[in-house]
Ligand binder design. Structure first.
Ligand code: SAM
Length: 269
């Protein structure tokens, strides 16, 4: 069964996801929205999007609202995506830090954890699996965070992981787990995931970071949202720390608090 959405209904849903997550859905995204939400109408036995909007905005159904947010976010990611950023990370990670200090990196729109675990491979390689480092991954979507916490992926997703890292930091699934791999515990013990909406009025402070990755999420935001999200994150960056955005993204006109180090890499001074 397919459900049509009219213009007024689409406007209500796009307004809702904008208000919550800051995500802009243009009219061109109508098919994407109905493609992703129609299964919820079926599951809930609803006849149209007006009924679903009422349901999802009823305070008693906050779980459904989270479900909707999960469905309307685009979570594409992969290990070693935009690999120049990891080459850069390799250059700036120290081999050790002073006693009592910890080198901290935040994957601020982490999706299923591929970015956070890629970072962890670089840190483990430079600082050792027993080194003083940690990685935080946050995302607005609970479903991707569940995958991230498991750290268990299909073998096909390993194709960009350098063989040396695959051998050192990933375990091949056997028997019923054939065709999959899991990130080694030695790395997972340094990596934590938490749900966080970067568009919230103020975000929960997770301490200060040496590097923040905010990649391939600004593209979904309009300028005021980009400004708001970046202003939420900048106070969490150490002085001298690096802020990295996706290759098709830029902070030009978004913040004065960061200076361009090289394309897509900014620094707080
Ligand atoms: C395309 S993925 C990018 C993943 C990874 N950073 C990368 O570059 O491969 C974008 C992620 O941003 C998340 N996202 C979207 N809006 C968000 C918000 N307001 N707060 C936190 N995460 C958000 C989505 O759930 C999605 O997992």
């Amino acid at each position: 069964m397919s459900y049509e959405i009219n213009d007024a209904e689409f406007k209500r849903f796009s307004g809702l996801i904008y208000d919550i997550a800051g995500i802009t859905l243009t009219d061109a995204k109508k098919v994407l929205l109905t493609g992703r939400l129609s299964k919820r109408l079926i599951a809930l036995g609803l006849d149209n999007y007006t009924q679903y909007f009422k349901y999802v905005t009823n305070a008693a159904n906050s779980e459904e609202l989270q479900f909707m947010v999960d469905l309307l976010t685009t979570n594409e990611t992969y290990f070693f995506r935009e690999s120049q950023h990891f080459d850069f990370l390799k250059q700036i990670v120290p081999s050790s830090v002073k006693q009592g200090q910890v080198f901290r990196v935040w994957s601020a729109a982490s999706s299923n954890g591929a970015e956070a675990y890629t970072i962890s491979m670089i840190l483990a390689d430079k600082m050792g699996t027993e080194g003083a480092w940690e990685v935080f991954g946050t995302d607005i979507s609970n479903s991707v965070l569940e995958l991230a916490r498991r750290g268990h992926y299909r073998m096909a997703e390993a194709d960009k992981i350098p063989r040396e890292y695959l051998n050192k930091y990933c375990l091949k699934g056997m028997g019923p787990q054939e065709g999959t791999f899991i990130i080694d515990r030695k790395l997972r013990q340094h990596v934590n995931f938490q749900q966080m909406n970067l568009n919230a009025p103020a975000i929960k402070v997770l301490g200060e970071f040496d590097v923040i990755f905010l990649r391939n999420v600004l593209i979904y935001f309009d300028i005021p949202t980009k400004q708001h999200v970046v202003s939420n994150l900048v106070p969490c960056l150490k002085n001298g720390g690096y802020f990295i955005v996706g290759h098709s993204e830029s902070l030009n006109g978004i913040t004065d608090a960061l200076t361009l180090e090289k394309p897509t890499v900014y620094r707080r001074r």
